[in-house]
Design a protein around this ligand. Structure first.
Ligand code: ADP
Ligand code: MG
Ligand code: ZN
Length: 476
């Protein structure tokens, strides 16, 4: 039997605020455990939380970027449960009155566009972090993370394949990074995803029973976990068994999911309005103030690049991965009007250097003008594309302008047919055996001779002309 796959995602993003959501403690990652704590985030009795306004700003920002309705009336709620990383015994979150509702995100998968509904986005606090030391059979708890602000983004069950789920996550991650509200780091857990998945007989109206998957800290893990879980569901149904509604943990090493706990219901949490915080009113002025700060969104930028610059969608995707790279690309186009050439150089050489040296484009010493000037030198035939690679390295090493490097090193391309002819003759004279083979029909030796000529000119011969000259001498 054929099955439909149904996936809905819950994403938690850690917000890039300096301080926590209900106290003034730092949110910095990686500090000595339990140094960024105070009575509020440690849940001491008698203390009062005070809402960090920036968290609301960020939530509105994401709400607007996902076409959501921003709620005027916001109520915080207590979600009660016991766990050693939660000293208060409850988490402050939003329940009936989330900050954003009924939004959507458009994603592109396999050349199609699909609209994924966003049910809600709400603000909440993170819990502390348990660190298990298996050698000592001990667990430690670090409360630096408790009270770090989160947004939870809950999608509709609108995704019908693992590739759609991954595309949605990538789009959302890029979006929150563009908005500057989250660093998107999945390994360190600032962008985390829980995946709800079910299957049903093809075309059936009712959804199947779902499981919720946790512990996937990369796109690859999400993909693998979902694929594993889909086939586990299908196999159960094929055997006439039932899927159990539960929360399962992905074990990346073993490549499988394991039961973590049976699914809790919301009434288990005894949600009730947080008595220590007054209702939060987000008025139109606040929303409009935030709307003015929205940057061009990644998907809009991607489509604009294709439309305005005539580059392939693939290039546009790579270039807009980070907005500062996209800005660099556009800055180059102030000096040169061949976008595809610029795109090629950025996608290969520039991104390679950034990666090798683990630096941002802001720290990269080749300015848009230098790169564009160098590409212009190729266009004008002053240097060959091959020589340009070396010029690029020199620019990066010395910070000098490309034309200066070309002058100083005598890298001017040899376009003079007479000069190349003389050199080519000498090469043919030095290789009588190869010349004879060529004349006997071994035409592929042409490449050998051209190679020799390139070597002789240290790559400066114009490749087309080199070919022509050698061919002329051998066949003339
Ligand atoms: P909970 O409060 O238990 O987390 P929700 O109703 O808020 O449950 O749903 C959580 C997520 O599960 C949402 O992203 C939703 O789209 C998804 N979801 C709900 N039902 C299904 C289903 N049958 N199959 C797959 N995903 C589902
Ligand atoms: Mg859930
Ligand atoms: Zn604190």
């Amino acid at each position: 039997m054929d099955y439909d796959v149904v996936i809905g995602l819950e994403v938690h993003i850690q917000l890039l605020t300096d301080t926590k959501i209900f106290c003034g403690c730092s949110t910095r990652f990686g500090d000595t455990p339990n140094t960024n704590v105070c009575p509020v985030c440690l849940g001491m009795p008698g203390v009062l939380p005070v809402l960090n306004e920036k968290v609301v700003d960020f939530g509105i920002k994401l709400g607007l970027a996902t076409n959501s309705t921003i709620s005027e009336k916001n109520i915080f709620a207590r979600k009660n449960y016991f766990y050693p990383d939660l000293p208060k015994g409850y988490q402050i979150t939003q329940y009936d009155y989330p900050l954003c509702q009924k939004g959507f995100l458009d994603i592109d998968v396999d050349g199609r566009t699909k609209r994924i509904g966003i049910t809600r986005i709400h603000m909440e606090e993170d819990a502390g972090k348990l660190i298990h030391d298996e050698r000592q059979d001990l667990s430690y708890v670090d409360f630096n993370r408790s009270g770090v602000p989160l947004l939870e983004i809950v999608s509709e069950p609108d995704m019908s394949s693992t590739s759609e789920a991954v595309a949605y996550l990538k789009e959302l991650r890029q979006l929150v990074m563009y908005l500057g509200i989250c660093d998107g780091n999945m390994e360190q857990g600032s962008f985390r995803c829980d995946a709800n998945i079910s299957v049903k007989p093809k075309g059936a109206l009712d959804y199947g029973i779902r499981t919720e998957l946790k512990n996937m800290n990369s796109f690859r893990n999400v993909q693998n976990a979902l694929e594993y879980e889909i086939s586990r569901h299908v196999n159960l149904l094929e055997e006439g068994k039932q899927v159990e509604q539960e929360t399962r943990l992905w074990d990346a090493n073993a490549g499988l999911t394991r039961t973590m706990r049976t699914k809790e219901e919301s009434h288990d949490y005894r949600y009730f309005p947080e008595p220590d915080l007054i209702p939060l009113v987000v008025d139109v002025a606040w929303v409009e103030r935030i709307r003015k700060t929205l940057p061009e969104l990644p998907r809009d930028k991607r489509y604009r690049f294709v439309k305005d610059y005539g580059i392939p969608m693939y290039d546009a995707e790579v270039l807009t991965q980070q907005s500062d790279i996209a800005d660099y690309f556009e800055a180059c186009l102030k000096f040169i009007d061949t976008p595809k050439d610029v795109s090629n150089w950025i996608m290969t050489e520039v991104l390679r250097v950034l990666k090798e040296e683990s630096i941002d484009i802001a720290e990269f010493n080749i300015t848009p003008k230098m790169l564009s000037d160098m590409i212009t030198l190729i266009k004008k035939g002053v240097i060959s594309g091959k020589i340009a690679k070396g010029v690029f390295e020199d620019m990066h090493r010395t910070g000098k302008d490309p034309s200066l490097i070309v002058d100083e090193k005598g890298l001017l391309q040899i376009m003079d047919e007479g000069v190349l002819k003389d050199k080519a003759k000498a090469i043919l004279d030095a290789h009588p055996k190869e010349v004879k083979s060529y004349k006997d029909g071994k035409k592929q030796l042409l490449g050998f001779f051209v190679g020799q000529l390139m070597k002789e000119t240290r790559g400066r011969a114009n490749p087309k002309l080199a070919n022509k000259v050698i061919k002329g001498l051998l066949e003339g």
